[in-house]
Design a protein around this ligand. Structure first.
Ligand SMILES: Nc1ncnc2c1ncn2[C@@H]1O[C@H](COP(=O)(O)OP(=O)(O)OP(=O)(O)O)[C@@H](O)[C@H]1O
Length: 264
């Protein structure tokens, strides 16, 4: 089944002078960011900097007050989240994405069918949908849950549920993936395995994460975007961001590597 969305030339994702106010309070204040196809970018920033708001603007949950969001060169402001999803951007919604009473396989198949525009009311007919079954099997192997094929999602470990969530997020073949704190709540060993898994399943895709854990940020990101008071004050390779005095100042004067947990 061919469902990959081929990015056009240019940036995979671009934010231009993006602004968002809630009432009189401006939360995103002219944020600019350009992410290349295939790049992994982590957004960091102190509490309340606007990271979640930025994700909500990109994924269509909020409409910008002004400025633009471009996905593969196409302006997506004002589009509905499902329209943006069909254009090739997929966002994880943490484990609320998962159907607890469905098996691993059924969850993944729902993710595939949803991206193709099927309705859940057709569930009883799904067994006949050969392509979706094949894609669900493929995803299950990618997220290393093939041995749990028929286990209900509710009976998975927390880390397995998060892996399933990633499987559902990538099910539709989106070229741009947004992950919100993908390793939150995991142990150190689970986190390091999970970083490897994320890297594997997003090969060739563009990845944007919001992350508090500096270990994850430095282990995963090609570039780090630092959001402070609704502006991207730096976006560079990890070593450069670590050494940037503006970033150190934003993290209470601590070197970024020592500021692990300070953003919480
Ligand atoms: N729907 C909303 N209505 C009003 N204010 C909002 C809304 N969403 C977010 N805010 C405000 O915007 C600011 C930024 O919030 P946001 O959650 O985007 O920050 P964040 O960087 O993700 O923070 P954290 O690291 O604590 O998760 C906060 O002051 C928050 O209260």
């Amino acid at each position: 089944m061919k469902i990959d969305t081929v990015p056009r030339a240019g940036y995979a994702l671009e934010l231009k002078k993006l602004r968002k106010s809630f009432g009189k309070t401006e939360i995103i204040r002219g944020a600019n960011l350009a992410v290349n196809p295939g790049e992994r970018v982590a957004i960091i920033g102190p509490n309340g900097a606007g990271k979640s708001t930025l994700f909500n603007l990109i994924s269509g949950r909020f409409e910008p007050s002004s400025g633009d969001v471009l996905l593969n060169g196409e302006r997506i402001n004002g589009k509905k989240p499902f329209e943006i999803n069909r254009l090739g951007l997929s966002r994880s919604f943490q484990i609320t994405n998962i159907f607890p009473k469905l098996s691993v396989f059924e969850n993944l198949r729902c993710g595939v069918l949803w991206s193709l525009g099927y309705k859940y009311t057709f569930l009883k007919f799904l067994a006949n949908l050969h392509d979706a079954n094949a894609r669900a099997d493929e995803l299950m192997a990618m997220i290393k849950l093939d041995r749990k094929r028929d286990v209900l999602a509710t009976h998975l470990t927390y880390a397995e549920q998060r892996a399933l969530e990633i499987g559902i997020t990538i099910a539709g073949g989106a070229s741009v993936i947004l992950l919100d704190e993908p390793t939150a709540g995991m142990s150190r060993s689970e986190t390091s395995r999970f970083i490897s898994l994320i890297k594997e399943v997003t090969v060739g895709k563009t990845l944007l994460t919001v992350e508090h854990d500096m270990g994850v940020v430095f282990g995963l990101a090609d570039r780090i975007a630092v959001l402070v008071y609704g502006e991207v004050i730096a976006c560079d390779v990890p070593e450069a961001v670590r050494a940037d005095p503006r970033v150190q100042e934003a993290y209470l004067g601590l070197p970024v590597a020592d500021a692990q947990g300070q953003g919480r």
